[in-house]
Design a binder for this molecule. Structure first.
Ligand code: NAD
Length: 485
């Protein structure tokens, strides 16, 4: 096809020359999926080996993704829509195995909760429909704004929501017309590679090219850093703790960073305590509290604190006496730091390590009362341990919530029926997600309104990321035409 005298081949030649200058001509490289001999994974989890889109090294994964992007650019929008639809179906069809393998490989979280999280992502991650063309007309003619892909995106993903983040990022990035290279967490690499494999199969069955989604078979910090600097990678999206956020900010590329949180749950004197206790336990125990948005400490107004504790004790919660708090410290802290061995483990196992037997998988949380400065409050524990501290009134509770959230601006919740208190906290907590009168996960759209995202970018300000954030805005102006009224 020719555009004003320049044909498509000419355009491709120009693109190739520019890419060569950038450090990697890929247009004419042979398509090669699966990347040669890959050693069988060694792990106690017997995860199927992912090969479709899985590459041995970062450079091959980036080049394959670039080839796929170039092929995909010519695909009709209807194909892109079908690709996304098939990706959703692939995860729903394999949800049972993906959830089981994720728990087995990472040793974190709860199978039944991973089922809900994967289902949520498959069903409520926005696709192509969220990308809207904007048209403005006037005496001067027409202006159109469309959302264009970047090209190859890098996504660095966590161990805590391994397949959820892959699917969520992949849907948004592919819906936006990009290709993506995943550098996953080393402790979740097998299940993530298999997820990448399934998503590629889904894309190909919709008529899309191979390698729209690629991954590094054995990801490391070095491969992450190599990809952040790779000339074919246009934009870096990271979901993880403070170290990777900092690294992405220093990459010299545009970065979308989703970092840690420490979500407070405020309960004021007007709250419905029965409902509030139920919401807090559901939210804080989701996937053994490894989810970044999950309630990490309860701040109770003194007038209702004892009654709230009574309600919490009616739930599948082990409430500790003061003397038992020391035992819990001994198990889950190393000095002032979190003992990472207990991250994401069942509450029943933590109780057993404290010398409290008789609790199985049904126990959702261990709770206790401490003061604001206690390490259980100050640290993002990422385990089913939820401290509570009391304060004089709602104003003090809101101020304490801001303090213990440490300026992450991530997530906060409140149980209240007082509109003034809710408005005040909404204003000052300044978080990407603020949930009132339900579990924190309502803010992800799980039992709450709205779409979902598993990359909640607070440091760079995008909040609940979607395909929109994975596009560039481009404008076309036409003078003196197409204003037809
Ligand atoms: P992590 O920071 O250990 O790892 C996340 C990813 O970053 C992994 O792929 C890891 O290999 C990589 N990584 C870590 N340090 C790096 C470095 N210096 N350079 C390059 N890459 C690096 O986090 P995790 O344990 O997998 O996940 C838990 C953390 O992520 C928690 O702090 C949680 O709050 C946060 N998180 C945030 C969101 C969000 O949407 N904001 C979502 C999930 C998890």
């Amino acid at each position: 096809m020719a555009y004003g005298g320049i044909d498509e081949r000419k355009i491709e030649e120009i693109v190739s020359r520019v890419l060569e200058r950038l450090g990697g001509s890929v247009t004419s490289a042979p398509a090669r999926g699966g990347a040669g001999p890959i050693e069988a994974p060694k792990s106690k989890a017997n995860v199927p080996r992912g090969t479709n889109g899985v590459y041995q090294d970062a450079d091959s994964a980036a080049k394959a993704a670039r080839r796929a992007f170039e092929q995909n650019e010519r695909a009709p929008i209807a194909t892109r829509v079908k690709m996304v639809e098939n990706m959703r179906k692939a995860v729903l069809a394999n949800n049972d195995a993906l959830s089981r393998y994720a728990v087995e490989e990472t040793g974190l979280g709860r199978y039944e909760d991973k089922l809900s999280k994967n289902k949520l992502v498959a069903e409520k991650t926005p696709g192509c429909e969220i990308l809207r063309t904007v048209a403005m007309t006037g005496d001067n003619g027409l202006m159109l704004t469309e959302r264009a892909p970047y090209g190859v995106m890098l996504a660095i993903t966590p161990t805590t929501n391994p397949t959820e983040t892959i699917l969520n990022n992949a849907i948004g990035m592919v819906a936006a017309g990009n290709a993506v290279v995943f550098n996953t967490h080393p402790s979740a690499a097998q299940v993530c590679n298999w997820c990448v494999h399934l998503l590629n199969e889904a894309i190909q069955s919709a008529g899309g090219p191979r390698d729209v989604i690629t991954s590094v078979e054995r990801p490391t910090i070095e491969s992450a850093n190599a990809l952040m600097k790779h000339p074919l990678v246009r934009i870096v999206v990271v979901t993880g703790g403070p170290a990777v956020v900092k690294q992405a900010m220093n990459s010299g590329k545009k970065a979308i960073t989703a970092g840690p949180g420490n979500p407070p749950a405020v309960v004021d004197e007007t709250a419905n305590l029965e409902k509030g206790a139920d919401a807090i336990v559901r939210g804080a125990s989701l996937d053994n509290n490894i989810v970044c948005i999950a309630e990490k400490e309860v701040i109770a107004v003194a007038a209702i604190a004892d009654r709230l504790i009574e309600q919490l004790k009616r739930k599948p919660v082990l409430w500790l006496e003061q003397r038992q708090v020391r035992e819990l410290e001994r198990v889950i802290l190393e000095g002032d730091h979190v003992n990472k061995n207990w991250v994401g483990k069942d509450a029943g196992l933590i109780a057993k390590a404290m010398g409290i037997g008789g609790h199985g998988h049904d126990l959702r949380l261990i709770m206790c009362e401490v003061d604001e400065q206690h390490p259980f409050v100050q640290h993002e524990l990422l385990m089913p341990v939820l401290p509570l501290f009391r304060v004089r009134d709602a104003a003090e509770a809101i101020a304490a919530a801001v303090r213990v959230e440490h300026g992450f601006h991530h997530t906060a919740t409140m149980q209240s029926t007082n509109i003034d208190n809710m408005s005040a906290m909404a204003r000052v907590c300044n978080c990407s997600i603020f949930v009132k009168n339900d579990a924190s996960y309502a803010g992800l759209g799980l039992g709450g309104e709205g779409y979902t995202s598993f990359t909640i970018a607070s440091p760079t300000g995008e909040g609940m990321t979607t395909a929109v954030h994975f596009t560039r805005e481009r404008r076309c102006t036409l003078k003196e035409a197409f204003r037809f009224v």
